[in-house]
Design a protein around this ligand. Structure first.
Ligand code: C2E
Ligand code: CA
Ligand code: CA
Length: 773
């Protein structure tokens, strides 16, 4: 036996081995008959050729040559049959009969007619085929393989499916190299080497089929139907963030054909690390989420607001295999509702949260004087909870809190507000006939903790401590009442014996301190013991300093007292008016000095509620601006959200007058009061400043991210500019930049600076651009 014969036999063995392996594999069952047929034909061709090459006489060589030819003629149609079942869905291809017919015709012709095969050639390697019309075969091969390559290249919406097609087509293209066997027919002296291509090609087919097995068709079929019918965008990504599946709705949402999405990285399509990133974190921890509002930004395009559900996909062994996102664009009204709801509710218990409690309290306090009733805020902490949470795990802790929430809710009347304000803290707003009723309510709350809580078969006993603040004795505003109830709670928690504490025991001492403070403040206003510091505001688009906020400080001898220590009292005593006038005049002078030096800066000044409600506010402002001859467009007025909402009609009138003067208007501390964005568009304002509390919470996994992003997007839709306050770190900065916020103010840029240092700062502002990777 010569070497070439050995090559053909070896190739036949390899093809046989591949066929057996594929046939025994459960995962590709559906394509086994076609693959076996194809392999048998290949073996016929290889063994026939081997026998021919090794034949002793021309006559026997001729017989083997015909036998081999039958195999060869049928390989192209068999390959095509195999190719049509490769996809995840069985399809009938109209070309099939037209490909089998010529194959069969050639096979018939090759048996015993010289029309097809001539006398075998006597070559140095043994007898070899001589083809007449057999030269048609290469044409057929090239046609079929060309078709296959073309289809393999056609994108199919499943990555593994398209890869299977492509690898099989590649194997076929390579396998077509066995047409080199035709060279001797054409008179070229070349050793028969088709065996080599056949062997390599089958090796590649075997690999491709095992690596990208065919899906189970019924389920796959149903899912494909669902995917193409459903209106929601469905995206499946693998663990490397590559898109595996994207349905037509996803294509529509992201404005790219879904076939093109497949195989792309999700981060190349959606520019939204703060959404997809944290969402993936959530999923990686094994938790799914539903209907989470998110802002997605299509690469290089505008943002879209979507409601997203996500879950982790696992393989048969339970290992993470990918992530599924189902997203749906949300209409503005539904969106506003959803954001509004989420902003005011605790996700775990569904109870109102701190923000909602403050809003409800403010509403109730506004009505109370007419009803001559008593309102109280009761702050309650669950004693022993953190121990359970630490020892039994968070899931148990979550379940436990839900049980506690249920009991507390049932303990009070429907009209009372039960809010969850912290991990193990609840707060209640109760509306009572008189102070005595409080004892009863507190008793009911403590009684809610009497029996054990049963979680996962464990009996858990918890305790409670409460702090109480009543209106009007212990605070006149919602914020005050809530703070004071918490102060009382802190004292109750420190005490060994008492389970509850009422705010106000130390009130007398406080009152004297206050009177002293008031006296000193009055003197300071007379003496003008104040300075202004200016906190830079940076444009997120250009990274330039475009303005600043003037913040007042009281210089009390050696000490500098921050505004938190005296603005409240100044407001209550009316001292805020002379002080505010001074601030405006001083800020105006500084603004015009900077303008004179060629700086393009707008200086913002805070205006308190007391100033805003003064009947002469507009005249006062006009007079002050004239006295320091400053261009009003250099100044901006900030009023807090709660001040603006105090009396909306009046606010609108005053703001319009201030705007007529030429000043810019912005709403300060936005998000803390109970103004909704919908309210805002009634006000003649230019800007909103998102409160620091929201920015502080911006982290890669908090829902606040969505709230802030949505606020920015919606403010943009209302034609308002947005400043973010209290930007302290690069994550927040990058997030805001990404969410297209207009301006940023905060320690990451600079704290407030005296005027002299401010000019120095302008010469060397911080470079924050590289935060935006
Ligand atoms: P505001 O108007 O919200 O001013 C921003 C406050 O946040 C400033 O505190 C500022 O120093 C601080 N801040 C700025 N960036 C950051 C940051 O990145 N992180 C943190 N944690 N804080 C930051 P400040 O100067 O103590 O002022 C407190 C409040 O006093 C002001 O809050 C404003 O409501 C009031 N205020 C200040 N000056 C005046 C004034 O001239 N008139 C009136 N009516 N109120 C004033
Ligand atoms: Ca402010
Ligand atoms: Ca503010």
């Amino acid at each position: 036996m010569n070497l070439v014969v050995a090559g053909y036999v070896l190739a036949a063995v390899m093809v046989f081995a591949a066929a057996v392996r594929v046939a025994s594999s459960e995962r590709v069952r559906a394509i086994v008959p076609q693959f076996l047929t194809l392999s048998c034909l290949m073996i016929i061709w290889l063994m026939g050729t081997a026998a021919m090459l090794g034949a002793d006489t021309a006559a026997s060589a001729s017989r083997w040559s015909s036998a081999a030819m039958i195999g060869l003629c049928l390989i192209p149609p068999a390959f095509w049959s195999f190719y049509t079942v490769l996809g995840d869905f069985r399809e009938r291809h109209w070309l099939l009969p037209y490909i089998w017919l010529p194959g069969l015709a050639l096979a018939v012709l090759s048996v015993g007619t010289s029309f097809f095969l001539g006398e075998p050639l006597d070559t140095p390697w043994g007898y070899y085929h001589d083809a007449n019309i057999g030269v048609l075969l290469p044409v057929m091969h090239v046609f079929i393989v060309g078709l296959a390559a073309f289809r393999g290249n056609a994108r199919v919406p499943r990555r593994s499916e398209s890869l299977r097609y492509r690898h099989v087509a590649l194997a076929a293209i390579f396998g077509a190299g066995f047409l080199l066997d035709l060279l001797p027919w054409a008179g070229v002296v070349f050793p028969p080497s088709g065996w080599l291509f056949a062997a390599v090609s089958w090796y590649a087919l075997d690999r491709a089929l095992r690596k990208y097995p065919r899906g189970r068709s019924s389920l796959a079929f149903a899912s494909r139907k669902i995917l193409t019918t459903i209106q929601d965008a469905v995206i499946v990504i693998d663990l490397e963030g590559r898109i595996e599946i994207a349905n037509p709705a996803a294509g529509e949402l992201l404005e790219l054909p879904s076939e093109r999405l497949v195989g792309m990285r999700i981060s190349d399509v959606i520019e939204s690390p703060f959404n997809v990133g944290p969402a993936s974190d959530t999923l990686m921890n094994g938790r799914s989420f539903t209907d989470r509002p998110m802002i997605w930004r299509r690469k290089g395009a505008e943002t879209i607001e979507v409601s997203v559900s996500g879950s982790m996909l696992r393989d048969d062994e339970g290992f993470p295999a990918g992530m599924l996102y189902v997203a749906r664009p949300i209409s503005d009204s539904r969106h506003a509702e959803q954001i509004e709801y989420q902003a005011h509710h605790d996700a775990l218990t569904g109870l109102p949260n701190r923000l909602a409690l403050r809003r409800r309290t403010a509403q109730l306090l506004a009505e109370l004087p007419r009803k001559s009733r008593v309102a109280a805020i009761i702050a309650l902490s669950v004693e022993g909870f953190s121990l359970v949470n630490d020892s039994k795990g968070q899931a148990t802790g979550d379940r436990l809190i839900q049980l506690v929430a249920g009991r507390l809710r049932r303990a009070l009347r429907g009209g009372d507000v039960v809010a969850r304000v912290g991990g193990d803290e609840f707060s209640f707003l109760v509306d009572l006939r008189d102070n005595e009723d409080i004892e009863i309510v507190v008793e009911k709350l403590h009684a809610a903790f009497e029996g054990p809580f049963v979680v996962d078969g464990n009996e858990i006993y918890l305790g409670s401590r409460v702090g109480i603040a009543c209106w009007p004795d212990h605070g006149r505003t919602a914020v005050n009442l809530m703070q004071n109830a918490e102060t009382a709670l802190r004292r109750a928690r420190k005490s060994e014996r008492r389970t509850h504490e009422v705010y106000g025991t130390e009130i007398t001492q406080e009152a004297t301190e206050r009177m002293d403070l008031e006296r000193r403040l009055r003197k300071a206003v007379d003496n003008g013991d104040f300075i202004l510091e200016y906190q830079p505001v940076m444009s997120l688009g250009t990274s330039e300093i475009v303005g600043c906020e003037a913040l007042v400080r009281w210089v009390d001898g050696e000490r500098t007292i921050p505004p938190g220590g005296f603005i409240g009292i100044a407001e209550e005593t009316g001292l805020i008016r002379p002080l505010g006038d001074w601030v405006l005049a001083e800020a105006g002078r500084q603004a015009s000095t900077w303008a004179g030096q060629g700086h393009d800066l707008r200086v913002a000044v805070n205006l308190s509620l007391t100033q805003l409600t003064s009947p002469t506010v507009v005249d006062d402002i006009t007079r002050i601006l004239e006295s320091c001859s400053v261009d009003p467009s250099l100044l901006e007025i900030e009023i807090t959200e709660s001040a603006a909402m105090d009396d909306v009609e009046r606010t609108i009138r005053i703001l319009e007058a201030i705007r007529d003067i030429g000043m810019t208007l912005s709403i300060d501390d936005f998000g803390t009061g109970y103004a909704s964005l919908a309210y805002l568009h009634r006000l003649p304002i230019d800007k909103v400043k998102i409160d620091q509390s929201f920015i502080r919470e911006l982290s890669s996994e908090r829902r606040e991210s969505a709230i802030v992003a949505a606020t920015i997007a919606m403010a943009g839709a209302l034609g308002l500019q947005v400043t973010a306050e209290g930007v302290e770190n690069r994550y927040q900065y990058a997030f805001l930049h990404m969410a297209r916020c207009d301006f940023a103010q905060g320690f990451v840029i600079s704290e407030a600076l005296p005027a002299a240092s401010f000019s120095k700062f302008l010469r060397k502002p911080p470079q924050l651009r590289n935060y935006i990777a």
